[in-house]
Ligand binder design. Sequence first.
Ligand SMILES: Nc1ncnc2c1ncn2[C@@H]1O[C@H](COP(=O)(O)OP(=O)(O)OP(=O)(O)O)[C@@H](O)[C@H]1O
Length: 229
Amino acid sequence: MSDQVVVLECSELEKVYQEGPQAVRVLKGINLTLYAGERISIIGSSGSGKSTLLNLLAGLDSPTRGQVSIQRQSLNQLSDNAKSELRNRCMGFVYQFHHLLPEFSALENVAMPLLLRKGCTVAEARERAQSLLERVGLAQRVAHKPAELSGGERQRVAIARALVTEPAVVLLDEPTGNLDQHTAQQIHSLIQELSQQLKTAFIMVTHDLELARSMDKTYQLNDGALEVI
Ligand SMILES: Nc1ncnc2c1ncn2[C@@H]1O[C@H](COP(=O)(O)OP(=O)(O)OP(=O)(O)O)[C@@H](O)[C@H]1O
Protein backbone atom coordinates (compact mmCIF):
# COMPACT_ATOMS: atom_id res chain seq x y z
CA MET A 1 0.00 0.00 0.00
CA SER A 2 1.24 3.50 -0.78
CA ASP A 3 -0.34 4.88 2.40
CA GLN A 4 0.61 2.71 5.35
CA VAL A 5 -1.61 4.25 8.03
CA VAL A 6 -3.47 1.41 9.77
CA VAL A 7 -7.17 2.21 10.23
CA LEU A 8 -8.41 -1.11 11.55
CA GLU A 9 -6.70 -4.12 13.00
CA CYS A 10 -7.86 -7.30 14.64
CA SER A 11 -5.76 -9.96 16.26
CA GLU A 12 -6.57 -13.52 17.27
CA LEU A 13 -10.26 -12.73 17.07
CA GLU A 14 -12.47 -15.56 18.24
CA LYS A 15 -16.21 -15.86 18.57
CA VAL A 16 -17.98 -18.75 20.24
CA TYR A 17 -21.78 -18.91 20.41
CA GLN A 18 -23.25 -21.04 23.14
CA GLU A 19 -26.17 -22.99 21.68
CA GLY A 20 -27.64 -24.72 24.72
CA PRO A 21 -25.07 -27.29 25.82
CA GLN A 22 -23.17 -26.89 22.55
CA ALA A 23 -20.48 -24.28 21.84
CA VAL A 24 -20.27 -23.16 18.21
CA ARG A 25 -16.84 -21.75 17.42
CA VAL A 26 -17.55 -19.48 14.46
CA LEU A 27 -14.30 -17.47 14.28
CA LYS A 28 -11.07 -19.19 15.26
CA GLY A 29 -8.38 -16.55 15.56
CA ILE A 30 -8.78 -13.96 12.81
CA ASN A 31 -5.93 -11.55 12.10
CA LEU A 32 -6.53 -8.64 9.78
CA THR A 33 -4.85 -5.30 9.11
CA LEU A 34 -6.61 -2.69 7.01
CA TYR A 35 -4.73 0.34 5.74
CA ALA A 36 -6.08 3.80 4.94
CA GLY A 37 -7.87 3.71 1.62
CA GLU A 38 -7.50 -0.07 1.23
CA ARG A 39 -10.50 -1.88 -0.24
CA ILE A 40 -11.07 -5.48 0.73
CA SER A 41 -13.86 -7.98 0.25
CA ILE A 42 -14.81 -11.01 2.29
CA ILE A 43 -16.61 -13.97 0.79
CA GLY A 44 -17.64 -17.24 2.40
CA SER A 45 -20.47 -19.71 2.37
CA SER A 46 -23.68 -19.02 4.26
CA GLY A 47 -23.09 -19.45 7.99
CA SER A 48 -19.31 -19.11 7.70
CA GLY A 49 -19.36 -16.09 10.03
CA LYS A 50 -19.13 -13.06 7.73
CA SER A 51 -21.79 -11.00 9.54
CA THR A 52 -20.38 -12.10 12.89
CA LEU A 53 -16.97 -10.79 11.83
CA LEU A 54 -18.37 -7.45 10.58
CA ASN A 55 -20.29 -6.98 13.84
CA LEU A 56 -17.11 -7.56 15.84
CA LEU A 57 -15.10 -5.18 13.65
CA ALA A 58 -17.77 -2.50 14.21
CA GLY A 59 -17.84 -3.07 17.96
CA LEU A 60 -21.51 -4.04 17.77
CA ASP A 61 -20.72 -7.37 19.42
CA SER A 62 -17.85 -8.49 21.66
CA PRO A 63 -15.36 -11.21 20.80
CA THR A 64 -14.91 -14.27 22.99
CA ARG A 65 -11.16 -13.70 22.68
CA GLY A 66 -8.84 -11.37 20.82
CA GLN A 67 -9.27 -7.73 20.01
CA VAL A 68 -10.23 -5.12 17.44
CA SER A 69 -8.56 -1.72 17.18
CA ILE A 70 -9.90 1.19 15.18
CA GLN A 71 -7.32 3.87 14.51
CA ARG A 72 -5.10 2.30 17.16
CA GLN A 73 -7.86 2.43 19.79
CA SER A 74 -8.71 -0.98 21.24
CA LEU A 75 -12.49 -1.51 21.37
CA ASN A 76 -12.14 -3.81 24.41
CA GLN A 77 -11.24 -0.78 26.50
CA LEU A 78 -14.21 1.36 25.46
CA SER A 79 -17.65 1.79 27.01
CA ASP A 80 -20.71 1.32 24.79
CA ASN A 81 -21.09 5.09 24.51
CA ALA A 82 -17.46 5.54 23.52
CA LYS A 83 -17.87 2.80 20.88
CA SER A 84 -20.95 4.57 19.47
CA GLU A 85 -19.03 7.82 19.31
CA LEU A 86 -16.11 6.07 17.58
CA ARG A 87 -18.48 4.46 15.07
CA ASN A 88 -20.07 7.83 14.28
CA ARG A 89 -16.66 9.47 13.87
CA CYS A 90 -14.75 6.76 11.98
CA MET A 91 -17.17 4.34 10.34
CA GLY A 92 -19.94 4.18 7.78
CA PHE A 93 -22.32 1.27 7.23
CA VAL A 94 -24.24 -0.09 4.26
CA TYR A 95 -26.44 -3.14 4.77
CA GLN A 96 -28.41 -5.40 2.45
CA PHE A 97 -31.56 -3.60 3.56
CA HIS A 98 -31.25 0.17 3.52
CA HIS A 99 -32.44 0.93 7.10
CA LEU A 100 -33.47 4.44 6.10
CA LEU A 101 -35.89 6.26 8.39
CA PRO A 102 -39.25 6.20 6.56
CA GLU A 103 -40.58 9.53 7.81
CA PHE A 104 -37.54 11.51 6.66
CA SER A 105 -36.50 12.64 3.18
CA ALA A 106 -33.40 11.33 1.43
CA LEU A 107 -31.61 14.57 2.35
CA GLU A 108 -32.60 14.31 6.02
CA ASN A 109 -31.60 10.64 6.18
CA VAL A 110 -28.16 11.41 4.76
CA ALA A 111 -27.70 14.46 7.03
CA MET A 112 -28.64 12.44 10.14
CA PRO A 113 -25.16 11.08 11.10
CA LEU A 114 -23.79 14.63 10.95
CA LEU A 115 -26.65 16.00 13.05
CA LEU A 116 -25.81 13.44 15.74
CA ARG A 117 -22.38 15.04 16.03
CA LYS A 118 -21.57 17.91 18.30
CA GLY A 119 -20.51 21.02 16.47
CA CYS A 120 -22.13 20.41 13.09
CA THR A 121 -24.84 22.92 12.20
CA VAL A 122 -28.03 21.93 10.42
CA ALA A 123 -27.03 24.08 7.43
CA GLU A 124 -23.62 22.37 7.15
CA ALA A 125 -25.18 18.92 7.48
CA ARG A 126 -27.77 19.64 4.77
CA GLU A 127 -25.16 21.10 2.44
CA ARG A 128 -22.89 18.08 2.84
CA ALA A 129 -25.84 15.67 2.42
CA GLN A 130 -26.90 17.48 -0.77
CA SER A 131 -23.39 17.15 -2.16
CA LEU A 132 -23.23 13.41 -1.36
CA LEU A 133 -26.65 12.79 -2.91
CA GLU A 134 -25.49 14.57 -6.07
CA ARG A 135 -22.39 12.39 -6.07
CA VAL A 136 -24.47 9.18 -6.00
CA GLY A 137 -26.69 10.46 -8.82
CA LEU A 138 -29.74 11.52 -6.80
CA ALA A 139 -29.74 15.31 -7.25
CA GLN A 140 -33.37 15.12 -8.40
CA ARG A 141 -34.54 12.94 -5.49
CA VAL A 142 -33.35 14.75 -2.36
CA ALA A 143 -36.84 15.57 -1.10
CA HIS A 144 -38.23 12.06 -1.66
CA LYS A 145 -38.97 9.80 1.26
CA PRO A 146 -37.72 6.18 1.14
CA ALA A 147 -41.14 4.86 0.07
CA GLU A 148 -41.02 7.22 -2.93
CA LEU A 149 -37.69 5.81 -4.14
CA SER A 150 -36.79 2.64 -6.06
CA GLY A 151 -34.73 -0.11 -4.39
CA GLY A 152 -31.58 1.02 -6.19
CA GLU A 153 -32.19 4.65 -5.26
CA ARG A 154 -32.72 3.72 -1.62
CA GLN A 155 -29.39 1.89 -1.65
CA ARG A 156 -27.74 4.97 -3.19
CA VAL A 157 -29.13 7.05 -0.31
CA ALA A 158 -27.75 4.46 2.16
CA ILE A 159 -24.33 4.73 0.49
CA ALA A 160 -24.45 8.54 0.66
CA ARG A 161 -25.39 8.31 4.35
CA ALA A 162 -22.44 5.98 5.01
CA LEU A 163 -20.01 8.40 3.37
CA VAL A 164 -21.35 11.74 4.60
CA THR A 165 -19.15 11.80 7.72
CA GLU A 166 -16.01 11.10 5.63
CA PRO A 167 -15.33 7.95 7.66
CA ALA A 168 -11.96 6.21 7.74
CA VAL A 169 -13.66 2.90 6.95
CA VAL A 170 -16.97 1.82 5.44
CA LEU A 171 -18.40 -1.62 6.21
CA LEU A 172 -20.75 -3.05 3.60
CA ASP A 173 -22.75 -6.22 4.28
CA GLU A 174 -24.21 -7.62 1.04
CA PRO A 175 -24.87 -4.13 -0.40
CA THR A 176 -26.35 -5.53 -3.62
CA GLY A 177 -27.98 -8.61 -2.07
CA ASN A 178 -31.55 -7.31 -2.16
CA LEU A 179 -31.48 -5.87 -5.70
CA ASP A 180 -32.34 -7.27 -9.11
CA GLN A 181 -29.37 -8.07 -11.34
CA HIS A 182 -29.46 -4.87 -13.39
CA THR A 183 -29.76 -2.58 -10.35
CA ALA A 184 -27.13 -4.60 -8.49
CA GLN A 185 -24.77 -3.98 -11.42
CA GLN A 186 -25.38 -0.21 -11.20
CA ILE A 187 -24.77 -0.16 -7.43
CA HIS A 188 -21.71 -2.34 -7.98
CA SER A 189 -20.33 0.27 -10.43
CA LEU A 190 -21.10 3.11 -8.01
CA ILE A 191 -19.28 1.36 -5.14
CA GLN A 192 -16.32 0.67 -7.40
CA GLU A 193 -16.19 4.29 -8.58
CA LEU A 194 -16.55 5.83 -5.11
CA SER A 195 -14.13 3.43 -3.46
CA GLN A 196 -11.51 4.28 -6.07
CA GLN A 197 -12.03 8.04 -5.74
CA LEU A 198 -12.22 8.36 -1.96
CA LYS A 199 -9.52 7.88 0.65
CA THR A 200 -11.93 5.76 2.68
CA ALA A 201 -11.10 2.10 3.40
CA PHE A 202 -13.80 -0.39 2.42
CA ILE A 203 -14.62 -3.79 3.90
CA MET A 204 -17.31 -5.49 1.88
CA VAL A 205 -19.02 -8.79 2.53
CA THR A 206 -20.62 -10.13 -0.62
CA HIS A 207 -21.73 -13.29 -2.38
CA ASP A 208 -21.03 -11.59 -5.71
CA LEU A 209 -17.61 -12.82 -6.75
CA GLU A 210 -17.27 -10.21 -9.50
CA LEU A 211 -17.95 -7.41 -7.01
CA ALA A 212 -15.59 -9.06 -4.50
CA ARG A 213 -12.85 -9.22 -7.13
CA SER A 214 -13.19 -5.50 -7.89
CA MET A 215 -11.66 -4.71 -4.48
CA ASP A 216 -7.89 -4.59 -3.82
CA LYS A 217 -7.84 -7.86 -1.93
CA THR A 218 -10.34 -10.69 -1.51
CA TYR A 219 -10.48 -12.86 1.59
CA GLN A 220 -12.39 -16.07 2.10
CA LEU A 221 -13.80 -17.02 5.47
CA ASN A 222 -13.61 -20.76 5.77
CA ASP A 223 -13.92 -22.91 8.87
CA GLY A 224 -13.37 -19.88 11.12
CA ALA A 225 -10.19 -18.72 9.36
CA LEU A 226 -9.61 -15.85 6.94
CA GLU A 227 -7.37 -16.42 3.95
CA VAL A 228 -6.48 -14.27 0.94
CA ILE A 229 -7.66 -15.84 -2.31
N1 LIG B 1 -26.52 -14.71 18.13
C1 LIG B 1 -26.19 -15.95 17.74
N2 LIG B 1 -26.34 -17.00 18.58
C2 LIG B 1 -25.98 -18.26 18.20
N3 LIG B 1 -25.47 -18.54 16.99
C3 LIG B 1 -25.31 -17.54 16.12
C4 LIG B 1 -25.66 -16.19 16.44
N4 LIG B 1 -25.39 -15.41 15.37
C5 LIG B 1 -24.90 -16.23 14.42
N5 LIG B 1 -24.83 -17.51 14.86
C6 LIG B 1 -24.33 -18.67 14.13
O1 LIG B 1 -23.00 -18.38 13.71
C7 LIG B 1 -22.76 -18.84 12.40
C8 LIG B 1 -22.30 -17.69 11.52
O2 LIG B 1 -23.39 -16.78 11.30
P1 LIG B 1 -23.22 -15.47 10.40
O3 LIG B 1 -24.54 -14.81 10.35
O4 LIG B 1 -22.08 -14.69 10.90
O5 LIG B 1 -22.85 -16.12 8.99
P2 LIG B 1 -22.78 -15.45 7.55
O6 LIG B 1 -21.53 -15.97 6.91
O7 LIG B 1 -22.93 -13.98 7.65
O8 LIG B 1 -24.05 -16.10 6.85
P3 LIG B 1 -25.00 -15.56 5.64
O9 LIG B 1 -24.12 -15.47 4.42
O10 LIG B 1 -26.04 -16.64 5.52
O11 LIG B 1 -25.57 -14.24 6.07
C9 LIG B 1 -24.03 -19.51 11.94
O12 LIG B 1 -23.90 -20.90 12.14
C10 LIG B 1 -25.10 -18.93 12.85
O13 LIG B 1 -26.14 -19.84 13.06
